[in-house]
Write a protein of this length. Structure first.
Length: 566
């Protein structure tokens, strides 16, 4: 019996952890298993052809928010093209479905609920043995004209029972990064999350974790993204893993999902020794309104979270990615704007704002009527309005979110945003002010390059006759984009006098001598700047752009005060 384990990713660079874990768990006795990964952007006819060409007996799909529609379309086409093909669905997007799914998709054979290792192994083992009448826990199966519901069962208690998918050669390492888990479950019970259904946390043994991490680091995987819901639910356990990575890692970058308020002093002291760029933390704040947090069952201590983030920023060794969720019960436009300002005051490297999604199976979806939440009935089930937010309110918050992504998260507009925030009273007020111009020009409709963003912002600042804001944009441009001498934007003041030009030549010559023989190409640009937030007087700024093959461009900046402050 040949089984294809299949999923459709949202991007080619993504790879699956679920399918390799399923394949590793099935092992012998389930027939031949092959993992096949595609993207939702590939033509359905092409994917259909590739799947059928392998002459499978069973195809098992892993279904998520981003691939539900495309997967179900494939199910329908496969069942028509190969009527005897057994088709299985599993994954978070279908775990809470009922017999309606079988009615709507007559070619579907079986549905696996929750964690799939044990039920899929049992299902495939029975089919491989020719046993089709068995009742499998946590499955819903079509048998002739009837549907057979298997009993509920607890998830796997001993995660080490799943053989390592990495050490068994089941994970594709060619895509730049891999997903990895050291635990399953979450100690919290946030009503918008499926983890609210079961807040037990199960961990792989420390021996297994060390073995897998050592294998990944030895194979020099560029990036490992840990998918643990709350990696540091146990502070001592988290420190032990951090220390192991610090002892053995050479070049792998690690991404963790962290509960900020659980970072204690001992952990923060250890993290101060992390080499810059090795770790990235994603911290889910969700909301800063205490009543909202209580309503969704989110147990947190905002003061402790803020102090932990502030300490991590002072050490500045770990990239900090903070999350807010818009549209949670009790949050209105004003409280959420205050939340954005409060989080941005912590200076995270990245702030992500997402509207809440009413996921099938989540408590919040069941409470939608009582909270007067309306949501899109199709994936990703995004909120459309609530008792506290109109659709228009949510769109305004989404516009602010998009400008945060374009301007703040890029790190290339910090001088401009700081100056504008002083004028407008807060950074959120500044972004809200900018959204009016963005909407007027239709700039939210299409992707926009960084150089085009600068050009539009300069036009806005000139429209309101603010040369100080224009100067701050020019400064940000020069420190993020290489200024090409033949294409210098007209918002720069490049009128250097003789002594200033000599200072530039001398500094460039000195730096050229210092890097000679290192394979580095040096280009430069110099201009006058005045009125910058951190500058007491006007100055000539020299930017050196250093490039080498295969490396990110490095930018160095030097300043020379103008004589007499002119």
């Amino acid at each position: 019996m040949r089984t294809l384990l299949v999923t459709l990713h949202s991007k080619f660079i993504h790879n699956s952890l679920a399918l390799p874990c399923l394949a590793a768990s099935c092992g012998d006795g389930c027939g031949e298993l092959l993992i096949r990964e595609f993207t939702v952007h590939e033509p359905r006819a092409s994917v259909l052809s590739l799947l059928l060409a392998e002459q499978p007996d069973v195809i098992a799909f892993s279904v998520y928010l981003w691939n539900r529609r495309e997967t179900l379309d494939l199910v329908d086409a496969l069942s028509v093209a190969r009527p005897n093909l057994r088709i299985v669905l599993g994954g978070p997007e279908v775990s809470f479905e009922d017999d309606t799914l079988f009615h709507d998709h007559p070619g579907l054979t079986a549905l696996v609920r929750g964690e799939g290792e044990e039920p899929l192994r049992s299902l495939l083992h029975h089919w491989a043995q020719g046993r089709t009448e068995e009742v499998i826990p946590r499955t819903l199966m079509r048998t002739g004209e009837t549907l057979v519901q298997g009993p509920e069962s607890l998830p796997l208690a001993d995660l080490d029972a799943i053989p390592s998918p990495f050490q068994n050669g089941l994970v594709d390492l060619s895509r730049g990064f891999v997903y990895y888990e050291t635990s399953r479950g979450c100690p919290f019970a946030c009503s918008f999350c499926l983890s609210a259904r079961d807040n037990r946390v199960r961990s792989y043994s420390m021996n297994r974790i060390r073995s897998d991490l050592h294998w990944l680091m030895a194979h020099q995987v560029a990036k490992v993204k840990l998918v643990d819901r709350t990696f540091n639910y146990d502070a001592a356990r988290a420190r032990e893993i951090f220390r192991f990575i610090l002892r053995h890692n050479q070049q792998t970058h690690f991404h963790f999902e962290i509960a900020g308020h659980l970072l204690d002093d001992e952990t923060l002291t250890l993290l101060a020794s992390v080499p810059p760029g090795m770790f990235q933390f994603e911290i889910g704040v969700q909301s800063t309104d205490e009543s909202t947090l209580d309503t969704i069952g989110r147990q947190t201590n905002l003061d402790r979270l803020e102090k932990a983030v502030q300490r991590l920023r002072r050490d500045d060794r770990i990239h900090l990615h903070l999350d807010l969720v818009a549209g949670l019960p009790g949050d209105d436009r004003h409280t959420f704007r205050a939340a954005i300002d409060r989080i941005l005051a912590l200076r995270p490297h990245h702030l992500q704002i997402e509207p809440v999604k009413l996921l099938p199976g989540s408590p919040l979806r069941e409470q939608a009527t009582s909270h007067r939440i309306r949501f899109d009935p199709n994936p990703p089930y995004t909120i459309l309005s609530s008792a506290d937010l109109t659709f228009s309110d949510l769109q305004r918050l989404q516009d602010i979110s998009r400008l945060i992504d374009l301007l703040y998260n890029s790190g290339c507009f910090s001088t401009f945003l700081e100056k504008l925030a002083r004028q407008q009273g807060s950074l959120t007020a500044s972004l809200e002010w900018l959204t009016a111009f963005w909407r007027r020009e239709g700039l939210f409709r299409f992707p926009i390059s960084r150089q085009a963003i600068f050009a539009h912002l300069v036009a806005i600042c000139r429209e309101i006759s603010d040369p100080g804001l224009v100067a701050s944009l020019a400064y940000d441009y020069a420190r993020c984009e290489r200024v090409v001498p033949s294409r210098i934007p007209d918002f720069f003041d490049t009128g250097l006098d003789t002594s200033e030009r000599q200072w530039v030549r001398d500094r460039v010559a000195q730096r050229t001598t210092e890097i000679r023989g290192q394979g580095i190409k040096l280009q430069y640009f110099a201009a006058h700047f005045a009125g910058l937030p951190d500058a007491a007087e006007p100055a000539v700024h020299l930017f050196l752009y250093l490039t080498r093959t295969g490396k990110k461009m490095q930018i160095e900046e030097y300043r020379q005060p103008r004589p007499g402050g002119e």
